[in-house]
Design a protein around this ligand. Structure first.
Ligand SMILES: Nc1ncnc2c1ncn2[C@@H]1O[C@H](COP(=O)(O)OP(=O)(O)OP(=O)(O)O)[C@@H](O)[C@H]1O
Length: 227
């Protein structure tokens, strides 16, 4: 049986009082890889922000990894984020510490205490993204693709039920984008559910998957031929 990790019914997404998307109804099941496409300004980032609690859901219904977005309070957000892995276009790594220290920082902030458990978790996630030998490096010593791999490793630390990736290849060249996409595909094959906003159509053609499109204040599923 399919288990939904995200469900929205008649949801409207606002930036302050401007309506960005209206009447969004969709669901994403455990194990799926789903693209979110749409032109610049069509509302992809606003949609993602609503899902990770950065924008309130003002109208309609929504549940994500068992949290009700409509009744989500400020104090619940850190707990919601622990069940989500969020990956951004600009990596958002801390430049004053090594890769391992970046990951340890997140583990400590999310309540981990045992040093050897933290070390083995860090090794595990770095291994998953092919960065096990680079844990001692500082982010500025890594290429963009390597930094994004580390950001994906960071998103995996708390075994998220859903990974939200907002333009994860937006700052990468085409070859590196394909490599990072390969990492996300591998993670999905191993059971992680992923929603990825992108306007990189080459990736969609290379790795076809369920696709949602933001257009004209709506989100709807499209089949690849009509993209
Ligand atoms: N902080 C904000 N305050 C007010 N309006 C905003 C804010 N951020 C975005 N918007 C508006 O919301 C609309 C949707 O923007 P959003 O960033 O969600 O689109 P997007 O599809 O992610 O675009 P891009 O691909 O360029 O990132 C745009 O009209 C934008 O001007």
């Amino acid at each position: 049986m399919s288990t939904p990790v995200l469900q929205l019914q008649n949801a409207s997404i606002f930036q302050r009082e401007s309506l960005i998307l209206s009447d969004v109804s969709l669901s994403i099941n455990k194990g799926e890889f789903v693209y979110l496409i749409g032109k610049t300004g069509s509302g992809k980032s606003s949609f993602m922000k609503t899902l990770y609690g950065d924008l309130p859901l003002q109208q309609g219904q929504g549940t994500i990894v068992d949290y009700d977005l409509k009744t989500l309070k400020e104090k619940h957000i850190p707990f919601l984020r622990r069940k989500l892995g969020v990956v951004f276009q600009d990596f958002k790594l801390l430049n004053d510490r090594t890769v391992k220290e970046n990951l340890k920082f997140v583990l400590k902030a999310t309540g981990w205490k045992n040093q050897s458990e933290m070390d083995s978790k860090i090794d595990e996630v770095l291994d998953k993204v092919g960065m096990k030998t680079k844990g001692f490096k500082y982010p500025y010593q890594l290429s963009g693709g390597e930094q994004q791999r580390v950001a994906i490793a960071r998103a995996l630390l708390n075994d998220p039920e859903l990974i939200l990736a907002d333009e994860p290849t937006g700052n990468l060249d085409p070859q590196t984008s394909v490599e990072v996409m390969g990492v996300l595909q591998e993670i999905n094959k191993n059971g992680n559910t992923i929603l990825m906003a992108t306007h990189d159509y080459a990736l969609l053609l290379k790795y076809p998957s369920k696709t949602l499109k933001c257009d004209g204040n709506k989100i709807f599923e499209v089949v690849q031929k009509t993209i």
